[in-house]
Design a protein around this ligand. Structure first.
Ligand SMILES: C[S@@+](CC[C@H](N)C(=O)[O-])C[C@H]1O[C@@H](n2cnc3c(N)ncnc32)[C@H](O)[C@@H]1O
Length: 220
């Protein structure tokens, strides 16, 4: 009986230890209760680069359809980069093709008091990016959902490549590009975009669940 009790305590402590080690908050930038999991380190690096280049125009494809609730699942990037925009006098443009995603994301933006620095648009990202007129300092690609189906994987990769090509001419020497959901079977969302970019004058700064890229001559 006593041995069983000790065993249970060891199991509980082990479980709590694993939870603690895997817990990846963006504290103090975001409240401690939000776990950003596999995106934490790349978010942190991207935010540091935004500081460094004094970014003013941020663009995201695929908005935070679950607000901050999905910090670990989807990433909650609209709120993370929206908060950075709010603190630095910048502006985040987030676009999504799904009306429910737009409504939910805009609601969270309003709750967080970020509406002066963030706008969520209802549009196909390709149309939105083609019509976008400003120079872009930070581009975050995270739209067409990836899946286990190879056909969907290919469509998602082609879509993210097309997104990049649509806005490429608005990127400057120190623009920063982050692509989500890359460390997945067959290369994830970013496979084709990253291949295309690295064949031109882009280099990979961080290759993890997300891929972070800057230009080779950016000095970053
Ligand atoms: C993974 S979620 C985005 C998560 C968000 N970036 C975050 O960090 O919380 C993907 C979103 O992309 C949107 N999407 C899919 N295809 C799209 C397209 N062609 N244009 C714009 N948005 C698209 C979906 O409606 C969905 O809301």
């Amino acid at each position: 009986m006593e041995n069983l009790f000790v065993f249970l305590i060891v199991c509980i402590l082990g479980y709590l230890l694993v939870k603690f080690i895997k817990y990846r908050p963006l504290y103090p930038f975001m409240p401690l209760r939000f776990n950003f999991g596999k995106r934490r380190n790349t978010f942190r690096k991207a935010l540091a680069l935004l500081d460094q280049i004094d970014a003013k125009v941020l663009v995201e494809t695929g908005t935070s359809r679950q607000g901050l609730r999905a910090a670990k699942g989807d990433g909650a990037a609209t709120i993370v980069f929206g908060k950075w925009a709010e603190q630095h006098g910048a502006f985040l443009h987030s676009v999504d093709i799904n009306e429910q995603s737009v409504i939910a994301s805009q609601r969270e933006v309003d709750i967080q008091g970020m509406s002066k620095n963030v706008k969520v648009y209802l549009s196909d990202s390709l149309v939105f990016l083609k019509d976008f007129k400003e120079q872009v300092d930070f581009l975050y690609l995270d739209s067409y959902d990836y899946s286990k189906d190879p056909e969907v994987q290919k469509k998602s990769q082609l879509h993210h490549l097309a997104e990049f090509k649509s806005i490429e001419h608005r990127l400057h020497r120190q623009s920063v590009v982050l692509i989500d959901d890359c460390r997945l079977p067959n290369g994830g969302k970013g496979k084709m975009a990253v291949d295309y970019m690295t064949q031109t004058n882009w280099k990979v700064l961080v290759n993890a669940y997300q891929i972070l890229l800057v230009r080779k001559d950016s000095g970053l």
